[in-house]
Design a protein around this ligand. Structure first.
Ligand SMILES: Cc1ncc(COP(=O)(O)O)c(C=O)c1O
Length: 399
């Protein structure tokens, strides 16, 4: 008789590198140990007051379904957000999703068949690998390195990874997990590669305004020649400290993509109405808020790197965006070290939870000496977390 069995995609999907150590953190906390969480990109800043007010004042008597492509007010708010950025998008180019995560799922699935390839720069955001496993999509990783700030390799190296089955290149700028802001030449290189090789660009713009030192992202949307190839996955989570709102959008000028994505969206009927509406005022009036959080994260970045560079044997390049850094530590196995921090180490009853970098790589064995730190805590807490990290490295290496 046929045995019950799961799909290959279910069995091969990787566990989230960011969440897999949570049970160890929970047992440390049960023992009374305070854990500083720098493992996950959950900002500690409050959600803007206008968002919370909209939630409290939600006017409807019934929680109805919304249109699958999003509520008119929400779509128009995103349209105005993009107008302010001088992006050429109108309402029909925008579909509201349940977070940037769903926009990514729809983007990956709308351009690939099982066995097709998507090119990613590793280290990359872990969910890309989970989505690829869900769709039986092959990830082709192109390596970047801590020594040069995880910037992109030369065009020729990237071209070597492109095959007849490559359908898209994903770029997250600034990048999670590395904090790298890709330079204008790098963005133009990806644009040119997409045009020459007929590839889609899946542009993950979750962190687009969180960029420091007076710099900025060169957005793909400013190039008219690339618009048919471009699919943007966007999100309110990080720029508005509203991760739990679960609102994002998929944006493309390519009508075929939008028609396909609408069918996918119809399968889940609608995104939560309260959340969509709650984000309307901040999307329409975001400048001050974004300027404030940019300054806040820049200060935290500075505090973090000041403290990190005091730790002997740690190497990194100054990140220029998002709120992550991926330093190389003087240890041989960051997975084991991250577990050790939660199971065997504490300094005066306190420890720190980090994300071991292996999970951000596709290539087996890479990232063994790196960890990802999310600087989503206030400055004093970051200083203390780095003090703990420093002591833990010494203790770990003298075991
Ligand atoms: C690079 C990147 N893309 C997309 C997302 C998805 O965000 P959300 O689904 O909360 O909008 C995240 C969340 O951490 C992220 O870091």
């Amino acid at each position: 008789m046929k045995k019950l069995s799961l799909s290959r995609r279910a069995l091969t999907a990787p566990a989230s590198a960011i969440r897999k150590l949570v049970p160890l953190a929970d047992s440390a906390k049960k023992k009374g140990i305070k854990v500083y969480h720098v493992n996950i990109g959950q900002p500690d800043l409050p959600t803007p007051e206008v968002v919370m007010q909209m939630i409290h004042k939600f006017p409807e008597k019934t929680l109805e379904y919304a249109p699958s492509s999003g509520m008119r007010e929400a779509v128009e708010a995103w349209e105005s957000f993009y107008r302010e950025k001088n992006f050429p998008f109108t309402a029909s180019d925008i579909l509201i999703t349940s977070g940037g995560s769903e926009a990514l799922i729809f983007a990956f699935f709308s351009v690939t068949d099982p066995g097709d390839e998507i090119l990613l720069f590793e280290p990359f955001y872990t969910s890309y690998a989970i989505i690829a496993a869900m769709g039986d999509i092959r990830i082709i990783p192109v390596k970047t390195h801590v020594e040069d700030g995880y910037h992109l390799p030369p065009k020729k190296t990237i071209e070597k990874a492109i095959t007849s089955r490559t359908k898209a290149i994903v770029l997250c700028n600034p990048n999670n997990p590395t904090g790298t802001l890709y330079r204008d030449e790098e963005v133009k290189m990806i644009r040119d590669l997409a045009l020459v090789h007929n590839l889609f660009i899946i542009s993950d713009e979750t962190y687009q305004e969180i960029v420091f030192d007076g710099k900025r992202v060169l957005p793909f949307a400013t190039f008219p020649e690339i618009l048919a190839n471009l699919i943007i996955a966007d999100s309110v989570s990080k720029r508005f400290n509203a991760c739990g709102a679960r609102v994002g959008c998929l944006v493309s000028k390519n009508e075929e993509i939008m028609a396909a994505v609408l069918k996918f969206a119809q399968s889940r009927l609608s995104v939560a109405t309260v959340d969509q509406l709650a984000m309307v005022p901040i999307l329409r009036n975001h400048r001050l808020h974004i300027a404030r959080i940019r300054k806040n994260y820049e200060e935290r970045r500075n505090t973090l790197i000041e403290n990190l560079q005091r730790i002997k044997g740690v190497s990194f390049r100054k990140p220029e965006g998002a709120f992550y850094i991926m330093p190389k530590l003087p240890i041989s196995d960051s997975d084991d070290f991250a577990r050790y921090l939660l199971t065997d180490f504490n300094d005066r009853g306190e420890t720190v939870m980090v994300a071991p970098a292996g999970g951000f790589y596709k290539t087996e064995g890479l990232g063994r000496q790196e960890i990802r730190i999310a600087y989503v805590l206030e400055k004093q807490k970051l200083e203390r977390a780095m003090e703990i990290l420093s002591k833990a490295i010494t203790a770990y290496n003298s075991k």
